[in-house]
Design a protein around this ligand. Structure first.
Ligand code: FAD
Length: 396
């Protein structure tokens, strides 16, 4: 008996963990639990919003994991975890026992944390912060918008999934508007004063879109405190009401709810982990990866979820053989497209220093400001290369 591992969630973290457990030791029984038969990636979903990529081009399935790697994939939802008995209950009613459990459930929305933003409101003012029907809804609204309309985006405080994601989205929406609805604008109302790759985004916005994108930060009354999805209106901290033609609310988030059921979240709503192995700090034999975790300074990115999954696969394979886990390190690159031929990036390398995750000094960095357009075009190509490679590594 080489051991039995149940993995919950077939996104960037979970699918990678399942595959790399099998690669570490094919004798380990690996079961992946994921409700969806097709996974739509958030990475490049902003290209769909901008009319640059179809949903089929960001869709991935689980055949390779099953047929080539021998992962058993069950399309169901994990409903409960009994950590003491080492059992997971599924939406089908069946139970799975495990030696080790991996949770990579991504994020859930904190409904009503922002006044007026509940599940019904998300039908009118989509978040599109999980890719799939929400992405399609927002795209349809954008397509139906009259020329001269305003696309209003509400951006959240830290921490949240994909720090540069809102600003890439604003860019690709502006790119679409510039071509098809040239009298229209993008207004970003932000709950913070600084955002990822801000200088680079702003340089690109000025070059490509002039004043089409307006960004209002916290200090300039950018923090939205109430949403009226029916009227497509939002109200800020100091009482300014903004009317949208299309309203995209990116709300406050927390770890996917199954993490709370498993008892691994803390008061923040996220999951504290032991940095060396990403085992839960609170519950033995449960490993948590991806957006659900507190892993700063690593961002909540698909790249990091994939990197964390490999560390967890190696740590679990070792622990099932009573060997110590190998020393962990992680890398990340977040590419963003400011335009279809205008890419920028931020990269980092991380290790454990004095019991905490730290960015290795002198590693990584961001794209240069003031770089020639040929450099930006090259980075846009690297972004596509990155997308193809990580999807191959995760589901292929
Ligand atoms: P996910 O990939 O979301 O996977 C979670 C899975 O768990 C889902 O399939 C869900 O169905 C499943 N699940 C949840 N609960 C249960 C349950 N109870 N039972 C069974 N299954 C369950 N990252 C990058 O690296 N590069 C980018 O360019 C990039 N662009 C982005 C753009 C946007 C607009 C957004 C929103 C995000 C972007 N990201 C990007 C971030 C990236 O999408 C996430 O960091 C990544 O998906 C995290 O992986 P995960 O495994 O934690 O969660």
């Amino acid at each position: 008996h080489a051991g039995k591992v149940v993995v919950v969630g077939g996104g960037f973290g979970g699918a990678t963990a399942a595959k790399y457990l099998k690669r570490a030791n094919p004798a380990i029984e690996v079961i992946l639990v994921e409700p969806a038969e097709t996974f739509y990636t958030c990475p490049f979903s902003n290209l769909h919003l901008g009319g640059l990529r179809s949903m089929d081009e960001i869709a991935h399935g689980y055949d390779e994991l099953q047929d080539r790697y021998g992962v058993r994939v069950i399309h169901a939802r994990a409903e409960d975890v009994d950590a003491a008995a080492h059992k997971v209950t599924l939406s089908t009613g069946s139970e799975l026992d495990y030696d080790r459990l991996v949770l990579s459930p991504g994020i859930d929305i904190r409904w009503n944390a922002l006044e007026g933003y509940d599940e019904a409101a998300a039908e009118k003012a989509p978040h599109a912060w999980k890719a799939g029907s929400q992405t399609e809804k927002l795209r349809a609204q954008l397509e139906a918008m009259e020329d001269g309309g305003t696309f209003v985006m509400v951006a959240p405080e830290n921490p949240f999934r994909c720090p540069p994601g809102p600003y890439e989205r604003a860019s690709l929406v502006a790119n679409y508007l510039a071509q098809y609805k040239p009298k229209s604008k993008v207004l970003i109302l932000d709950a913070k004063d600084n955002f990822s790759k801000q200088g680079l985004f702003m340089e690109g916005w000025e070059q490509l879109y002039g004043d089409r994108i307006e960004w209002v930060g916290l200090s300039n009354d950018g923090r939205v405190t109430r949403v009226d999805a029916e009227r497509l209106e939002v109200e800020t901290e100091f009482g300014t009401v903004h009317k949208a033609d299309v309203l995209n609310v990116i709300p406050p988030q927390k770890a996917g709810w199954i993490a709370e059921r498993a008892g691994v979240t803390d008061d923040s709503g996220w999951v504290p982990v032991k940095p060396e192995t990403f085992e839960s700090r609170q519950v033995e034999d449960i490993y948590v990866i991806g957006d659900a975790t507190v892993a700063a300074p690593m961002p909540k990115s698909g790249f990091c979820a994939n990197a964390q999954a490999k560390v967890v696969a190696a740590a679990i394979a070792a622990s099932l053989e009573s060997r110590p886990a190998p020393e962990a390190y992680w890398t990340n690159t977040c590419y963003s497209l400011v335009g279809p031929e205008y890419g920028i990036s931020v990269a980092g390398v991380y290790r454990v220093v004095d019991g905490a995750i730290a960015e290795v000094e002198g590693s990584g960095g961001v794209s240069q400001t003031g770089a020639p357009s040929a450099t930006r075009a090259l980075e846009a190509q690297y972004a596509v290369g990155w997308y193809n490679a990580i999807c191959q590594d995760t589901w292929g």
